[in-house]
Write a protein that binds this ligand. Structure first.
Ligand SMILES: [Fe+2]
Ligand SMILES: [Fe+2]
Length: 267
């Protein structure tokens, strides 16, 4: 079976390229399951109920997120009733929404998606190693042959690699999100887990990580100005990875980086 996983959707440019390309990819590549990170889908800041529903309509199955998940106030209520929208699992007890979900496919397989956030250069949050380990211990008792995808949302490449090696062999794939820059380190780890440090963003790359260049430069050069960033609105690039998994063994049988549209070299 084939799973497409896309990086952070940034603003309208990101939504457009995802909503255009995902249905084509599903049809042409016979994709069974689609995961996107939607933390910047609403003008760079969070996600709304309408955007979630638009993404589901275009073929997205699960939306992961990260530090920007709470930027739109309405999401606090919505995330409680949308089991396909995930927030990092290592927020403190009592945080609305779910950090992981199990999804049954028509072909009989179960895909479990876990979202976790790193701590280096990021907000203070519970230990990502411990939080995911607890979830996996529970999952391993309940599901015997599930495909497990772990979205690690983090700034630091070292923390992401350490997490990936820590869970190597216990999950099917570990993919990084948050930096908005795709890395070229897709490979299979020692115990069989697929790994990529960052999927990159779905958005306009003629920007500073999806935001208008001039406003971002101003933020770095004029610390006294309280300018709010705005998303760049040029043609978006879809960035992600397509992984192929053997239906019986649940072992990765192939993977390809996916880069379509906009400024980046297609792949
Ligand atoms: Fe992001
Ligand atoms: Fe983020």
């Amino acid at each position: 079976m084939k799973i497409l996983i896309c990086g952070d959707i940034v603003g309208k440019s990101g939504r457009q390229v995802v909503q255009e390309q995902v249905p084509i990819l599903i049809k042409n590549k016979k994709i069974d399951f689609v995961i996107v990170n939607g933390e910047n889908a609403a003008n760079g800041f969070g996600i709304t109920k309408k955007i979630c529903n638009d993404l589901y309509s275009s073929g997205v199955d699960v939306i992961t997120s990260g530090n920007h998940i709470w930027d739109q106030k309405e999401i606090i209520e919505h995330i409680e009733c949308d089991k396909r929208l995930l927030r990092p699992c290592n927020y403190p007890i009592g945080t609305p929404g779910l950090g992981y979900g199990a999804y049954e496919l028509k072909n009989g397989s179960t895909v479990i998606v876990i979202n976790v956030m790193c701590r280096l250069f990021m907000d203070i949050i519970d230990d990502p190693f411990k939080s995911v380990d607890e979830i996996l211990s529970f999952i391993e008792k309940k599901f015997s042959n599930a495909i497990i995808i772990l979205d690690i949302h983090g700034e630091s490449t070292s923390e992401k690699m350490a997490l990936a090696h820590f869970f190597d062999g216990r999950v099917t794939a570990v993919v990084g999100t948050h930096t908005h820059i795709p890395t070229a380190d897709q490979h299979i780890l020692e115990k069989g887990t697929f790994y990529q440090t960052d999927l990159g963003m779905c958005g306009d790359y003629d920007s500073v990580i999806g935001m208008k260049k001039s406003l971002s430069i101003q933020k770095f050069t004029n610390k006294f100005l309280k300018s709010r960033l705005e998303t760049a609105s040029g043609e978006g690039t879809l960035c992600g990875v397509l992984i192929e998994i053997n239906n019986e063994t649940k072992i990765i049988s192939g993977f390809n980086q996916v880069i379509i549209g906009g400024k980046l070299n297609p792949n």
